[in-house]
Design a protein around this ligand. Sequence first.
Ligand code: ADE
Length: 235
Amino acid sequence: MRIDILTIFPEFFEEVFDFGIIRRAREAGIVEINVTDIREFAADKHRKTDDRPFGGGEGMVMKCEPIFLAVESLLGTADRDGYPQGTRVVLLTPQGRKLGQPIVEELADEEGRVLIICGRYEGVDERVSEALVTDEISIGDYVLSGGEPAAVVLVDAMTRLLPEALGNESSAERESFSDGIFDFPNYTQPREFRGMEVPEVLLGGNHAEIEAWRREKALEKTKRVRKDLIQGAGD
Ligand code: ADE
């Protein structure tokens, strides 16, 4: 899949995708990640990408023109209805649908293309949402200074779902949230550390027992910490 990030801070992304699973997926050609500097599309000589809000008020608003031009340069059109098939244009904003695994699954498409527009927190000219954006997404109910950290979160979550991105295919399936609840607790060597022991059941080699124990622990913690996830998560 191809991912384009549109930002006024391209340097932010210089090394962040050079580690672990994302690095491997890029090297293997499973995902291509490109960063576009919105400032390059600012028409005036000062390369201005924001301005004061009409109607007054605090802060600055990101101008629509540089964003329209950047999207046009990447997709050949700035009309949502004319995008190539399988293209999604995401605006990261606190005023969006809250990101969860179902949205990540919807966006992670090996044949697809996702453009991610990183807004600054004061706001983005509404015409960007009106004409360009297919999905407004928030990564949670808190305010970041800009969409850049949210873009890293989204790209990471999407990339690891792409076929072949994980060395061990089944681990994406097995992990937390693919079945709507938390992951089970894990332990590795040593068997005893500062008086804390690895649960006996994990050392016995009885796979059915281990499976049951893991399910129980996962449910127990989910109920304790995130009761809201239990509804509809099966037994
Ligand atoms: N930009 C500012 N806050 C954000 C959030 N919570 N999610 C996505 N983008 C944002």
